[in-house]
Design a protein around this ligand. Structure first.
Ligand SMILES: Nc1ncnc2c1ncn2[C@@H]1O[C@H](COP(=O)(O)OP(=O)(O)OP(=O)(O)O)[C@@H](O)[C@H]1O
Ligand SMILES: Nc1nc2c(ncn2[C@@H]2O[C@H](COP(=O)(O)O)[C@@H](O)[C@H]2O)c(=O)[nH]1
Length: 214
């Protein structure tokens, strides 16, 4: 049977934000979500840091120079941006606002500073999820097992982990990433439920009017 709700009713897109201390698993969960769901697109950030092995320019990040980042800031090209771990990261504006109106959902893998800026600009469109590691020793183990950062970088990310975690209560949802499959399913359930939130379903008023025969 046709699903009237998904086929006939328009809805506004949402800005689905995943944050966590570095190494807790938000990139892993983001990739699982993007693979499982064609209706959500990754907001590809700009960063001044160098690519890690396997990272592709334009897919995982837009890798830009400091001068390019400066120019984009001057030209007000960012939705939000922040200094993170000694580099700058920012969400290019692109066509996000227009696409949200058309019902496109976006996934943001950004830190707490970026989340605060999205709250200030478009609070009603943001759904925020904070991912916690099961423990700090496990967080370190994951950063080391990822084997993509130098020992110094891992140390500095561990030093900042408590500071990052201290922002957990600024998020609407909090999920502990112990088992990756279980964590992914929880995050997916949050996304599915938030898509049905009443105020996002812009087609409901005409639908209910017609349903009631007025
Ligand atoms: N539940 C889990 N159990 C064990 N390992 C995991 C789990 N979730 C993710 N990992 C692994 O931990 C490492 C860090 O994960 P990931 O790169 O997704 O973290 P991140 O939060 O995106 O970090 P960053 O902010 O630095 O990008 C990866 O090697 C990933 O495969
Ligand atoms: N405020 C923003 N934070 C961002 C953005 N893109 C990524 N990030 C965050 O930076 C750290 C480090 O990322 P890494 O890829 O170097 O490990 C992590 O917390 C990301 O979520 C952004 O556009 N804005």
């Amino acid at each position: 049977m046709a699903d009237t709700q998904s086929q006939a009713l328009k809805r506004r897109g949402l800005m689905f934000v995943l944050s966590s201390p570095s190494g807790a698993g938000k990139t892993t969960i983001s990739r699982m979500l993007l693979d499982a769901d064609d209706s959500i697109k990754l907001s590809v950030s700009c960063t001044t840091r160098s690519p890690r092995p396997g990272e592709i320019d334009g897919v995982h990040y837009h890798f830009v120079s400091d001068a390019d980042f400066d120019r984009m800031v001057e030209e007000d090209d960012f939705y939000e941006w922040a200094h993170v771990f000694g580099h700058r990261y920012g969400t290019p504006k692109g066509h996000i606002r227009e696409a949200l109106k058309q019902g496109q959902d976006f996934l943001f893998d950004i830190d707490w500073q970026g989340t605060q800026q999205l709250y200030q600009k478009d609070r009603q469109d943001v759904v925020s999820v904070f991912i916690l590691p099961p423990s700090l020793p496990e967080l370190r183990r994951r950063l080391e097992a990822r084997a993509q950062d130098s020992a110094d970088v891992i140390e500095s990310r561990m030093d900042r982990a408590r500071g990052e975690i201290s922002h957990w209560a600024e998020y609407e949802y909090v999920v502990i990433n112990d088992d990756v499959e279980a964590c992914f399913r929880k995050v997916q359930e949050i996304l599915h439920a938030e898509r049905m939130e009443r105020t996002r379903q812009t087609g409901l008023i005409p639908f209910v009017r017609e349903l009631m025969g007025s």
